[in-house]
Design a protein around this ligand. Sequence first.
Ligand SMILES: [Zn+2]
Length: 122
Amino acid sequence: MATTEANTEINNEPCTCMSPDGLCCGKFLSTWVGIDETNGRFGEVSIRQCHYCKRQWLHYFVEYEHLSQSGRWYRGIIDDEIAQILTQENAAEILSNLEWHFYGGSYFFGKFGRSRGQIYVS
Ligand SMILES: [Zn+2]
């Protein structure tokens, strides 16, 4: 964890990625992991590395086309060790086992926030 804790703050301010809605377009480098087809859910899995603090976020997005307000995303901080073993199939389990994660999307009525424990992607 030492590497991810090194630059947690910039000018004594928490990095913008530490806000649920703070990791937006152009502020991260995205590495595609794959599509999680478990239970036919087609979750989109990627790693998003913040440009500023270099944190790596495991990002999971899923949406059911036949259901309105089903779009939801989750993201949580992972270290290099977890990044090594991450696959599209174990991504949801890894996110559920992190100390905490952010969530948002139409499924949550456009709200976002921070939570912990099981994520619901099916
Ligand atoms: Zn950051």
